[in-house]
Design a protein around this ligand. Sequence first.
Ligand code: SF4
Ligand code: SF4
Length: 143
Amino acid sequence: MYSKIVILTFPPEVAEKALVCQLVKQFDLLFNILRAEISSRKQGFMVMEIAAASRPDFNKGIQFLKQQGVQVSTPEQQIYKDEQVCTHCGACTAICPTGALYIRRPSMEVVFDKEKCSVCELCIVTCPTRAMGLFTKDPEPVV
Ligand code: SF4
Ligand code: SF4
């Protein structure tokens, strides 16, 4: 089984199509929606974990979404932790819902596991030193 958290941005012209359901019907993928929003300009934004029997099966589903005009990126392309600024105070570990930010013992260092991040952005508003932030550059292709 292969799974990965991805961030999907749906342009207005496809935001109301049931494209995500096609991942199940056509590609036999499983998904768990972690966050979903629609903007005032009718652009859709969704963070979801997609699971497939294999990496090639996962890639087929992602390629399908991209062919439909959906922009696909990953949390590591969206959220960063600035190690020069982090004081390892631990405040973010208390609010991170997925365990992506955790305290490594016995060093008590706060570690950011990008693979587990759901891009909820709670750490960004919680961090007293602004060590957590959002990238603003265009994401690299996922597959
Ligand atoms: S809240 Fe900010 S400074 Fe504190 S451990 Fe987390 S990232 Fe580092
Ligand atoms: S955005 Fe921050 S708080 Fe939210 S899941 Fe990612 S690391 Fe955790």
